[in-house]
Design a protein around this ligand. Structure first.
Ligand code: ZN
Ligand code: ZN
Length: 189
């Protein structure tokens, strides 16, 4: 299955190569040194990284932002059950190689929306790392229709299942590996 690229041709060596995810290519200014205004995807992903700084399990700090119509509906980061100590305070709680003390960022964002009575059906979620299978199932059944992830974390099942149920999956890691710089240099040589 070829990669469907957003506004760009197929790319080599991307984490989702061979799966039906999208590669995000950032449009660059054509004027050297000119300030480039961040895209909406960059804007919300930047905020997701900021949200991640509140995470309390240092095995992986993850942040999530739920968005609809360019407005933030809810945010979440991975942390303990309310009222219980955090990994940073008491250490991890490891089962089967994973820390199970924390509620994941995506789940906490969905929970925050529920606590505040915020409808998230038809929204997008920006998350700094791709959802685990458990969070992916919550995202799907919450009616979220687009997932933008900053890096691939685990569970490639999300690529196939997203396509089957119509969730748009956007791999934003290309921003970090410089695809936009390659494309930019090709057009200016
Ligand atoms: Zn932990
Ligand atoms: Zn998860």
């Amino acid at each position: 299955m070829p990669i469907t690229a957003i506004g760009a041709k197929e790319q080599e060596g991307t984490p989702c190569r061979g799966w039906a995810c999208t590669v995000n290519v950032i449009p660059m200014s054509t004027e050297g040194g000119a300030r480039r205004r961040v895209s909406w995807d960059e804007y919300f992903m930047n905020i997701a990284h900021e949200v991640a700084t509140r995470a309390t399990c240092d095995r992986k700090h993850v942040g999530a932002v739920i968005v609809r119509d360019k407005s933030i509906l809810a945010t979440g980061y991975n942390g303990s059950i309310r009222g219980l100590p955090h990994c940073d305070d008491e250490g991890h709680l490891i089962e089967d190689g994973h820390c199970v003390r924390t509620v994941h960022a995506e789940a906490n964002a969905i929970v925050q929306a529920a606590r505040n009575g915020m409808r998230i059906d038809g929204s997008a979620i920006y998350v700094t790392a791709s959802p685990c299978w458990g969070c992916f199932r919550l995202i799907a059944n919450a009616g979220i229709v687009k997932i933008v992830f900053g890096e691939f974390y685990r569970d490639p099942k999300i690529f196939d299942v997203s396509q089957r149920i119509g969730i748009e999956l956007v791999d934003f890691s290309s921003q970090r590996i410089g695809i936009e710089l390659v494309e930019f240099s090709k057009t200016t040589l």
